[in-house]
Design a protein around this ligand. Structure first.
Ligand code: CP3
Length: 353
């Protein structure tokens, strides 16, 4: 097996020494890049782009051609699983993801089954394999999935929402139904991530985008418990190397200690928490990933430098920090601002190592 030429990300996730703080950005391949918009136009739609391994591989590498990033993330979406479950994913122009058949009826919920990744999600595994070949050991490749709870949010609501009222209503009225969906999702996510690892993903990340909108008690019972089940079923080693896992809960700052306790190697932070404070709470147990406000990238090079230095300084000396945004990059980000950010992280972070 080919050796990684840059394993800074893996080392930081395992809290081993590194010469500088590694950096990658959530949604680093996306609409802020003109070359992404071109490939997407060629594909015809976002979903066709995701389902074409050649083009998905091409856009996975696009940000790396521009910026000295320390990781690639396979180009895909978290909603591939519910799509493979037969819910009928589509993207209405400018409106985000939607499902033709949201999960509402008890009979449909009872009939829900985890998809076989080798058939219905084969296009993702092919994209992983092709991206590994194209990367040729340059940087590690990250595979990912939505968390069981965040997937359930879209599956039940049928689209994004500001309050996920349908999901919460099921949670309080028919918790048994939601538990059933989450249990199927946990199996689906575990199998899917393991298939990505088997196909070449060197790190895996779980996106719990909506866990943060739950009450304290509901978060433990409906989100964290199922992410924990996924962690327990993950393949931990491939080709003799640890495959680190990252769990990101947007709005999860209140629950850092419990998230750090589910068996992940790293916890992703949004921008609402001070990373130094987070480190003193859980830094002996896990690495931390984050946590620049993505809106900073809409400002000036000077402000970007200032805010990036603030995050790095707050984390402080030593390994265990993967620099990232606190959520996905905005489509309105000027690419030169990303260049300024990566440059700052690379040069300013060496003093902490
Ligand atoms: O990080 C990367 O570069 C990998 C690609 C990636 C995408 N989606 C591509 C994408 C990843 C990791 C995701 C995860 C994802 N998808 C999440 C979890 C992370 C988060 O952002 O909270 C969620 C909730 C989704 C569901 C989803 N997909 C939404 C809500 C949308 C619409 C968002 C928007 O900005 O319009 C998508 C579409 C999507 N996924 C795009 C991209 C690049 C934009 C599609 C386009 O080209 O029009």
């Amino acid at each position: 097996m080919l050796k990684l030429r840059n394993d800074t990300l893996i080392r930081a996730l395992l809290r081993q020494p590194t010469p500088y703080t590694p950096v990658w950005l959530m949604r680093q391949a996306g609409r802020y890049l003109p070359e992404y918009r071109q490939t997407r136009a060629r594909a015809g739609s976002f979903l066709k782009l995701c389902k074409s391994p050649d083009m998905a591989c091409e856009v996975t590498l696009q940000p790396l051609e521009r910026f000295p990033l320390d990781a690639a993330i396979v180009f895909s979406d978290i909603l591939t699983i519910p799509d493979a479950m037969g819910l009928g994913l589509y993207f209405a122009d400018g409106e985000g993801p939607k499902f033709e058949r949201p999960l509402r009826e008890e009979s449909a919920i009872r009939a829900l089954a985890a998809p076989d990744p080798d058939t219905t999600l084969r296009y993702v595994l092919d994209a992983v394999r092709q991206a590994r070949v194209a990367l040729d050991g340059r940087v590690p490749l990250i595979g990912f999935s939505g968390s069981p709870f965040t997937l359930a949010c879209y599956m039940i609501e049928g689209q994004g929402s500001s309050d996920f009222a349908t999901v919460k209503s099921m949670l309080y009225r028919r918790p048994d139904l939601l538990h059933h969906i989450l249990s199927v999702n946990a199996t689906a996510v575990t199998t899917y991530l393991n298939a990505q690892i088997e196909s070449g993903a060197q790190v895996v990340m779980l996106f719990d985008t909506w866990g943060g909108m739950l009450s304290h008690a509901a978060y433990d019972e409906f989100s964290l418990a199922y992410s924990k089940r996924v962690m327990a079923g993950l393949t931990r080693e491939r080709d003799g190397l640890r495959v680190p896992s990252i769990v990101f809960t947007k709005g999860g700052g209140n629950w850092l200690e419990s998230i750090a306790d589910i068996g992940c190697d790293a916890v992703g932070l949004d921008w609402t928490i001070d990373i130094g404070a987070a480190r003193s709470r859980v830094g002996a147990k896990v690495a931390l990933q984050g946590n620049l406000d993505p809106a900073v990238l809409l400002s000036s090079a000077a402000a970007i430098r200032h805010e990036a230095e603030r995050v790095l300084t707050s984390f402080g000396n030593g390994s265990g920090h993967v620099f990232n945004l606190g959520h996905g990059i905005s489509q309105y980000t000027p690419p030169e601002n990303v260049a300024a950010l990566i440059e700052t992280v690379r040069s300013f972070s060496t003093r902490f190592h």
